[in-house]
Write a protein that binds this ligand. Sequence first.
Ligand code: FAD
Length: 415
Amino acid sequence: MNFDDTPQEAAFRAEARSWIAANAPRQYEAELRKSSLGRTRLKDANILEVAKAWQKKKKADAGWACLHWPKEYGGRGASPIERVIWQQEEGAFGKLSAMFIIGHGMCGPTMMAYAGEEQKRKYLPPLASGEKIWCQLFSEPAGGSDVAGLRTRAEKRGDDWIVNGQKIWTSGAHYSDYGILLTRTDPTSPKHKGLTMFFLDMKSKGVEVRPIKQANGQSEFNEVYFNDVKIPDSQRLGEINDGWNVALTTLMNERMSIGAGVATGFPEIFEFCSNLMLEDGPVIDDRSVRSKLASWAVKASGLKYTSFRAISALSRGERPGPENSIGKLVAGSMIQEVAMYALDLQGAAGVLSGERAELAGRFQAMLLRAPGTRVEGGTDEIMRNIIAERVLGLPGDIRVDKDVPFNQIPTKGRA
Ligand SMILES: Cc1cc2nc3c(=O)[nH]c(=O)nc-3n(C[C@H](O)[C@H](O)[C@H](O)COP(=O)(O)OP(=O)(O)OC[C@H]3O[C@@H](n4cnc5c(N)ncnc54)[C@H](O)[C@@H]3O)c2cc1C
């Protein structure tokens, strides 16, 4: 591992830093800096509008959007390591990109790999600039970890496909313009072999989006229903029944969307403990508190250097591997522990939430969001499977239905 910038990387960093200093929306910096997992919002402004303005009017117009994409599709043609440098320099303002992550990190690269040239030139630049938001329609009530078990059907009629079924947990579907959609097109083949991928306009007739109310009061994801939705064959991505390979491209890019580091809650808990006074003095003087902080500090720095390992791999022109799952697995449970500990320290006040709570409910919001972090993009158990099978080379999970035609797999309804 080499943490130093090459001369070329250093020059790029200096350019990015000075452009950000001159153009970033500084009026929101303090709020963005303070916001943590489960609580990114702006008190007096609509975050969606601020995010779109930063993405389009500033970044895209000056060539700083989707840096690693080719210029003709709205990017800058930068190297993957330059993209990481940009993310490090963008710092707190990067939190404004949260609503674009799925489009930029997954849908865009999938379109780039499988859409026709004309479609790429039409759809990718407004995706890069944040003018159009995209969502990922994979998970279903019967197909989450086992996404190949999905049941939404697409049937060919002439030059179109007619889609019926239901997706769930679709982040941002309620404000998305387009989505990539994985469907079942051949139920007589084994489950991974009868899938086909499409992209569609989320305003198409027959698409119904129902936001899901979460424990923290927000609605970040949705149920999406498809009732006889017509999708032209020209919006198919990849070959008929080869959707699993297209989905793997999407999921591989999810792994590639590494940022400047994963949220752990450590800076927040350290700051909280450093300032908290209890009846018998500053809480930071308590040995048990210091011991907890020390073990989290070790974990946080382990995660930081694990992400540096991935960044070093990018710098050498390699693709980060499944070991990135370690970051998600460790950080997901750590942030939950941190939030719980902070609430314990708050005593009875820990049960309050909202603006009147300690630190305006920062740790309460973190605690309510943390389980979602442990599930989205693969649950802890799935991350462990990936690490066991693909990093450690242990024997694979038992997959009894792998070669069985999908419509022969016994289910409760069918048995
Ligand atoms: C905040 C959030 C945002 C999301 N955004 C999107 C989105 O934009 N688009 C989208 O398509 N999906 C999205 N999802 C869905 C997410 O991908 C799924 O929730 C996730 O893959 C788990 O699937 P599931 O909920 O069906 O749980 P299940 O797969 O039913 O899992 C239930 C339990 O069984 C365990 N389990 C399952 N299989 C195994 C196994 N083989 N070995 C051991 N244990 C196993 C799981 O770990 C879990 O504990 C989102 C989820 C969350 C929480």
